[in-house]
Design a protein. Sequence first.
Length: 83
Amino acid sequence: MKEISADLRKTIAEAAITAVNHGLYRQAWTLFEALHLIIEDPELRRPIEVILLIGLGYESSARELAKNLSAHDAAVINPLFTH
């Protein structure tokens, strides 16, 4: 498989978040499920997964995953939680 450029990985992550924001939940889930193939580094992938889970209404799963965020990522993402 051909390696995906950093710019393309960023675009795919942005597309997934945009899909959630526009109510395209099926498409967002599809991209969510592919993230581990697109972004292999869990430290880079985890914040995106947390944001997507919040947007898809899975806050408890997002909170669990957020426990493994870096301090910087947690400071940025924690205000997104509603409860």
